[in-house]
Design a protein around this ligand. Structure first.
Ligand SMILES: Cc1ncc(COP(=O)(O)O)c(C=O)c1O
Length: 386
């Protein structure tokens, strides 16, 4: 890349899975039949009740700007949802509605980080985290999480990774790419580390609702006030393209985050916020219905991948991903994903995309039908045999 491009822009690492998506889509367009297991985009249509709410809102003329913090009705609904889902109170004044969890990350790290501040994050993790942190002048500190530990932080290692320069610990449960869920004891322990060390927890709870453990989701807010929560409607409500999310921030950060939002994003779409309110209040049955279908796919895919010889040390219990050790097929995950696409016509995400700790792994998304999952597994079986 030319020197004319800013160092900041050059510091951003590409999200390779998006390149895999582009290549796989080009193959689709050329008439080749690719099985798509690469992307975390629900294959369900957005539930009808949400679509209708958006239509009504558009017809009623809800197409202008709203308050930067978001519609009071949606912020109230988020607060009520927290009370119902987690039994914790949430003041709507601590909620900032955003155009997805992604802009909420910019508000969070923008309001929190000064140059040189460190953020400890799991390796592997969602690839945008280190990019947000370094783009804003912070320093991402990857901490390896291992398959044998169900890809959760080891508490002693986390304690050692937190230094006086640490401003935040990133937490994702259920996790992308691993599908791991933290136990309540583990959440309590991370909360204790944050309180002992005076650091903050940035908890990305976007996969809440997609939990197959048989237990309810737990927000980090049940365990500590030293936290920010990121959440959004993309995954559990099948609303990726609508762009709606929110940040829950400690009171002293709300106004700074609002000022960033006012300048950079203005507000989330009015009619989308109306639809989001209905999603929270009227689409919980739809969320459970989709969750049960994902679970059925998960129960098919995990043993099927194990039969192919891939290693899954700890069964994923949330989100819609299986992160499998594929070193039996090759240790270079990028090369392996390229071969699977070209030779088996199965698109998957290379583990290294999520950090060096993901090298040797492949991420399989089951946000696709059982029929296509079976087809993908059959193709990989034939490919491995040849
Ligand atoms: C862990 C995690 N956080 C955030 C996002 C982005 O979500 P949104 O669509 O709300 O911006 C994703 C999307 O894949 C994700 O996996």
């Amino acid at each position: 890349m030319t020197d004319e491009v800013s160092k900041r822009a050059r510091s951003i690492r590409p999200f390779v899975v998006m390149d895999v998506v582009a290549r796989a889509k080009a193959m689709d367009a050329a008439g080749m039949d690719v099985v798509h297991l690469e992307i975390g985009d629900p294959d369900f249509p957005t539930p009808d009740v949400i679509l209708r709410a958006a239509e009504r809102a558009m017809e009623a003329g809800d197409t202008g700007y709203t308050q930067s913090l978001g519609l009071p009705t949606l912020r109230d609904a988020i607060s009520a949802h927290h009370q119902a889902a987690y039994r914790v109170s949430l003041d709507p004044d601590d909620v900032i509605v955003t155009q997805g969890t992604s802009p909420a990350m910019l508000l969070l790290f923008g309001a929190l980080l000064d140059p040189g501040d460190e953020v400890v994050m799991p390796d592997p993790c969602y690839p945008a985290y280190p990019n947000y942190v370094s783009f804003l002048g912070g320093v991402p500190v990857p901490l390896k999480v291992r398959a044998e530990d169900c890809f959760r932080y080891d508490a002693d290692e986390l304690r050692r990774a937190v230094t006086p320069r640490t401003k935040a610990i990133m937490l994702t449960s259920p996790s992308n790419p691993t599908g791991a869920i933290y136990t309540t004891d583990a959440l309590r322990e991370i909360a204790a580390i944050a309180e002992e060390t005076g650091t903050w927890i940035a908890s990305d709870e976007i996969y809440h609702g997609l939990n197959f453990s048989g237990e309810r989701d737990h927000t980090i807010r049940e365990y500590t006030d030293r936290c920010f929560v990121l959440n959004g409607f993309s995954k559990a409500y099948a609303m990726t393209g609508w762009r709606l999310g929110y940040l829950i921030a400690p009171r002293e950060f709300v106004r700074p985050a609002e000022e960033i939002q006012q300048n950079f994003f203005l507000c989330a779409n009015h009619f989308v916020q109306e639809a989001g309110t209905v999603a929270l209040t009227q689409a919980q049955d739809d969320v459970r219905r989709m969750r049960d279908v994902y679970d059925e796919r998960r129960r098919y895919l995990v043993p099927a991948l194990r039969e192919l010889g891939l290693v899954i040390a700890c069964e994923p219990a949330g989100a819609f991903y299986v992160f499998a050790d594929a070193r039996r097929w090759g240790s270079d995950s990028l090369a392996l994903s390229e071969r699977l696409l070209a030779e088996a016509r199965v698109a998957v995400a290379p583990g290294v995309d999520f950090g060096f700790g993901g090298e040797g792994f492949l991420r399989f998304s089951y946000a696709t039908s059982l029929e296509r999952l079976r087809e993908g597994v059959d193709r990989m079986r034939r490919w491995a045999a040849s």
